[in-house]
Ligand binder design. Structure first.
Ligand code: ATP
Ligand code: MG
Length: 329
């Protein structure tokens, strides 16, 4: 069965895309198939801010990826354009080398009694959680692609011209065949990289803060995703859920906006045009704002490391159970 690819998308910034991507992926990697094998999970950091990469790798990213853009999604796409590679392989994916210690979440960041930052080796190693990291230079990719009048780019590595949004899909054969789940942390825009992520994906999750400014563009976003997916012949796209993030319990503003989102979704679903992309869309409980999430990120740990009774962890587990169900026959 090929990988199930899920893009976490929203053109709005700061809505929790990275937090969700990393923590959903980690919880998936901590789950087991019916045969007792753990799921093989890949995070693709498609945002030039490299936040997922820095969260998952800490100093390792600064020392090993930042000085060498080749070891990143930028490098992989760049090489395919230049003609030196036709596929993303295990050698460019962090954690994929079975003979080396996986650096993902291998270091824990703490504060010593004098208030100084200290780094400790973690006792947990995530052998089945891998990362195709980002590099800041990914921001230049839009300039590098230069599609022709009909939107095609010459990808020397695969020896032909393809639509600009097909590149990741064309060089992602290994990813599709090796992993069970691929989670793509998208940038806060709908430019070329987001389109590549969308084309490569089966499903989309849209994180949204249930407040006035964050919910306002959702209708437009759905329209854009519909318009983009209409261009793609390969497979249909489905927005699986709108995921409320950074909300606080008992806050009437948030609960009001969640009610509005649900009502709006019911109205959008009636529009025949959006029937396919919105057919399965639900509004989930999502992930509330919590100190344990801030602490997890600050100490470079996944929420999965926290007490299983922690509300944020319970919320992540609920979402992951839904995602696993999408893969079951
Ligand atoms: N549930 C949460 N509880 C507390 N803080 C959170 C939570 N989710 C996210 N944050 C914090 O909110 C900020 C934005 O989150 P995040 O970086 O995940 O958003 P993003 O959508 O990926 O942003 P960008 O658009 O810049 O990529 C970060 O500082 C993160 O630490
Ligand atoms: Mg982000």
């Amino acid at each position: 069965m090929p990988a199930l690819v899920v893009s976490i998308m929203n053109f709005k910034g700061g809505v929790g895309k990275t937090t969700l991507s990393v923590n959903l992926a980690t919880a998936l990697a901590n789950s087991f198939k019916r045969d007792g094998e753990p799921y093989r999970v890949l995070v693709i950091d498609a945002d030039s801010q490299a936040n997922s990469s820095i969260y998952m790798l800490g100093e390792y990213w600064r020392k090993n990826v930042y000085p060498n853009q080749d070891k990143s999604l930028f490098g992989a796409i760049h090489r395919s354009l230049k003609g030196t590679t036709d596929s993303i392989g295990p050698e460019e994916i962090i954690g994929a080398n079975p003979n080396a210690v996986n650096p993902i979440f291998s270091i824990e960041k703490g504060i010593d009694p004098d208030g100084r930052v200290e780094y400790r080796e973690s006792s947990i190693h995530w052998t089945n959680l891998h990362l195709l990291p980002s590099h800041y230079n990914l921001v230049y990719l839009e300039r590098l692609l230069r599609p022709n009048k009909i939107g095609k780019v010459n990808v020397k590595g695969i020896g032909k011209s393809v639509y600009y949004f097909e590149i990741l899909d064309k060089i992602g054969k290994y990813i599709n065949s090796y992993y069970d789940f691929v989670i793509i942390d998208c940038p806060p825009n709908l430019f070329y990289l987001s389109e590549n992520a969308l084309y490569f994906s089966d499903y989309i999750l849209i994180p949204v803060i249930p407040d006035w400014l964050s919910t306002n563009g959702i209708n437009w976003l759905v329209m854009q995703l519909y318009a983009m997916s209409k261009k793609y012949r390969r497979k249909s796209k489905s927005i699986k859920a709108i995921v409320p993030t950074l909300w606080t319990e008992d806050d009437p503003i948030y609960s009001r906006h969640i009610r509005i989102l649900k009502k709006s979704l019911a109205i959008w679903k009636k529009n025949a045009k959006y029937a396919e992309i919105l057919r399965e869309t639900e509004v989930w409980e999502g992930l509330q704002r919590s100190q344990s999430v801030s602490k997890a990120i600050e100490s470079l740990r996944p929420i999965e490391d926290f007490n299983s009774l922690e509300p944020a962890r319970i919320q992540i587990t609920r979402m992951v159970n839904q995602i696993i169900n999408w893969r079951l026959p």
